[in-house]
Write a protein that binds this ligand. Structure first.
Ligand code: SF4
Length: 441
């Protein structure tokens, strides 16, 4: 993450990742930072983050950046920030790019003054910081960055020095609340996390089999309750039979798909994950009406995702036949590698509940994480169909993972009651039905 490595990243740090007010060194709290074990990242200099995201600015940063000693020849933009919904952001050009991105696709501020001069959100991307247990913070890399998605470059745990430097500039919350932990002790949280990791890493399971088993495991554990789970000796002895029973029950689940109403409800949910309202440079009434009309068309089974963002394939959705399993050939297991990495990083860093997921409790966040599977599957099918293929490949899954990770726990649209209801609706017995409708294999 040296200036040489990262001339052009920008974007956002989420979480309690608010910029910390300057504090004297003796007031800075010591904290333990857990960094995702297996993720890699070295900037590819693609400039994608500088073209897509609104970059949040703190008031003192605006003053600092406004005072930079540019030369006349630099032709630096003077009017570089804009207020949206009460927050300050870097101004963007009509094509969506940050005003500091130069013709060569490089951040002109970085080129002229170096990496450390840039806004905190630019320096922080693609890292996502989240407070977990009291005094602890976890850090993973967002998979909407192409370098992270491709697992390209240096292990991020080897970038600890840079990550710690960033963390010192942030202010974190107090960590998981008792309500969020649902009575689970720390070792129970970690035991459940490790079991889920075991399922994610089990390459004898198909992607469908993995998703079904993860969801069934989360539901069974939630039903067992914290008192039972916190009894470590009992859990150790019963876990093998619990897992064997779950596998048998899944093998016996009747093959019943969703009805037409439930499929429309799923499309509504999928649409929320694909919307990129925050990236729309045209916020006029006409554009908003156009997007509202497109949402209605997608829920009805038609429409085109491209209306919601340039990253989406330009394809009439009915051509993707997402609910027509006979059209789709089984994908090879390796195609799902990026999705397994996505789950693994979120589990490793416990970034699926609490501050990482709208303040949700452990089991709600865990099930919401596993519910990303049908969303990624649909996105991957749409991309494959846009290239006239009937088999999902690794690139299709990567597109799906980037699209869903961009939003999961981050979209304001999903934090309200309606979002909670959609999750609950599909995380019960409808989850196997949903996968059956999509063509479980
Ligand atoms: S999107 Fe990722 S790889 Fe591309 S410039 Fe930004 S940080 Fe670098």
């Amino acid at each position: 993450m040296s200036p040489q490595q990262r001339p052009s990243p920008a974007s956002e740090i989420t979480d309690g990742g608010r910029a910390a007010p300057a504090q004297p060194p003796w007031l800075v709290q010591p904290m333990t930072i857990h960094i995702a074990q297996d993720q890699r990242y070295s900037c590819l200099l693609c400039g994608r983050c500088c073209r897509r995201f609104h970059v949040l600015l703190q008031e003192p940063e605006i003053q600092r950046l406004a005072a930079l000693p540019w030369d006349e020849a630099d032709q630096a933009p003077r009017d570089f920030h804009v207020k949206l919904n009460g927050y300050n952001f870097f101004r963007r050009r009509d094509d969506g790019a940050c005003v500091f991105l130069d013709a060569a696709g490089v951040c002109s501020m970085h080129r002229r003054f170096g990496f450390d001069i840039k806004a905190l959100t630019c320096r922080g991307y693609p890292f996502n910081f989240a407070s977990t247990f009291p005094g602890e913070v976890s850090v993973l890399a967002r998979m909407d960055c192409p370098a992270v998605l491709q697992n390209h470059g240096q292990l991020i745990r080897e970038q600890r020095h840079d990550i710690e430097k960033l963390a010192r500039e942030l202010h974190f919350g107090k960590g998981f609340t008792p309500e969020q932990l649902q009575g689970l002790e720390r070792r129970s949280v970690e035991m459940l996390r490790d079991h889920c990791q075991g399922i994610v890493r089990d390459d004898t399971l198909s992607s469908d089999g993995m998703a079904l088993l993860l969801m069934a495991f989360a539901e069974r554990m939630e039903k067992l309750g914290a008192t039972f789970i916190n009894d470590a000796d009992t859990m150790r002895s019963v876990m093998p039979s619990v897992m064997a029973n779950l596998k048998q029950e899944l093998a016996d689940v009747p093959q019943i798909g969703l009805g037409a109403y439930d499929r429309a409800y799923f499309r509504q949910w999928f649409t929320i994950y694909c919307r990129r309202d925050e990236e729309a440079t045209d916020r006029g009434l006409r554009q908003r009406l156009r997007r509202a009309l497109m949402i209605a068309r997608i829920i009805a089974g038609g429409g085109n995702l491209r209306t919601f963002g340039k990253e989406h394939p330009d394809l009439l959705l009915r051509r993707a036949s997402i609910f027509n399993p006979t059209r789709w050939q089984p994908s090879v297991p390796a195609a799902w590698d990026a999705y397994r990495r996505f789950l693994s990083a979120r589990l490793d860093c416990l970034q699926f509940f609490g501050v990482s997921y709208y303040g949700a409790a452990f089991f709600t966040g865990l099930k919401a994480l596993f519910l990303t599977y049908p969303l990624v599957l649909c996105a991957a099918r749409i991309r494959a169909a846009s290239q006239k293929r009937t088999q999902i490949q690794a690139d299709d899954v990567m597109y799906g993972v980037a699209a869903i990770d961009h939003v999961h726990g981050r979209s304001p649209l999903l934090q309200y009651k309606a979002g909670r209801h959609l999750e609950h609706f599909f995380s019960t017995e409808r989850f196997p039905q949903l996968l059956c409708s999509l063509g479980k294999r």
